[in-house]
Design a protein around this ligand. Structure first.
Ligand code: AMP
Length: 283
């Protein structure tokens, strides 16, 4: 496994791989790798001949009061995990390499898909992601890119980017990998205290309870969601959002219709740690 931090070098290697007629699958990450990330690498291996993983904590997607400085950085053990997983190439650039030319005159805007959920709670977050993934796609030129459902709004927005900006990339979404008690794996789970870690699976349990009620016939989930927010707050969570959204538009859905694809999504704080989770469903 080779690791590169220079754009020119990785471009050279990838163009020689492509000249042999091989395909490239790409898994962008911010490192602090866990089983969720590794599951995407396994999907990538099935999708293409060569797997490229990027490890880069993108400052542009962190707000001023967010955890950019304290975000876990574990490059050596990340590289070891990639090696064990059989990853072919790792791209681990620094800020100068990614943003050296500046981003002074151009901004990428996102409309409707960015109003609610994490787009609503974290101003600038998805603009930062769109910017860096756009750059990474232009550097790696993957045939396939694999992202996790854990960040479903990110996937939805990036899918739209690929479509509207004509990136020649097949987008693949991997399922959410969870701990045995249901907590969605996340690099940020490392921030949880022992007590918070025991409470944390409550978010997924609430999502499961709501989905069960919807499957049992609830068509207007407003009250149900309100009750679950109270339950979560009683357990020690501080709610950010918990709602059902139309998957295509990422707009809140008040009355559920059969044949429409929805996402039940929640974000809540336990102490300083922000947890997110979701279930995509149709009725
Ligand atoms: P991150 O390093 O948090 O930016 O995540 C990199 C990629 O891993 C994104 O596509 C995430 O959606 C995905 N990912 C993060 N957590 C999980 C998980 N528990 N299961 C599956 N994919 C995940």
């Amino acid at each position: 496994m080779d690791t590169y931090n220079s754009i020119q070098e990785i471009r050279k290697v990838i163009s020689s791989i492509k000249s042999e007629g091989k395909t490239v699958a790409f898994v962008p990450t911010m490192g602090a790798l866990h089983e969720g990330h590794l599951s995407l690498m396994r999907i990538a291996q099935k999708e293409a001949d060569v797997v490229v993983v990027s490890i880069y904590v993108n400052p542009e997607q962190f707000g001023p009061n967010e955890d950019y400085d304290s975000y876990p950085r574990t490059l050596d053990s990340d590289l070891e995990k990639c090696r064990k997983e059989g990853v072919d190439l790792v791209f681990a650039p620094d800020d100068k390499i990614i943003y050296g030319s500046g981003n002074k005159y151009l901004n990428i805007g996102i409309s409707e898909l960015n109003i609610h959920m994490d787009g609503g709670s974290r101003p600038g977050f998805f603009e930062g992601i769109l910017l860096v993934v756009n750059k990474l796609f232009n550097i790696i030129k993957p045939d396939v890119a694999v992202f996790g459902q854990k960040d479903a709004q990110q996937y939805r927005i990036l899918n739209q980017m690929v479509d509207e900006f004509n990136h020649d990339v097949k987008m693949v979404m991997g399922p959410i990998v969870r701990a045995n008690d249901g907590l969605a794996l996340s690099s940020r789970n490392a921030y949880l205290s022992d007590e918070e870690r025991t409470i944390a699976p409550g978010l997924y349990r609430s999502l499961q309870y709501i989905i069960k009620q919807i499957q049992d016939g609830v068509k207007e989930p407003g009250l149900l969601l309100k009750h679950q927010i109270s339950e979560l707050e009683a357990k020690g969570f501080k709610n950010d959002y918990l709602n059902v959204f139309v998957y295509q538009t990422m707009q809140p859905a008040e009355t559920l219709k059969s044949g429409e694809k929805y996402i039940l999504a929640g974000a809540a704080y336990l102490g300083k740690t922000r947890l997110i989770d979701n279930i995509i469903f149709e009725i």
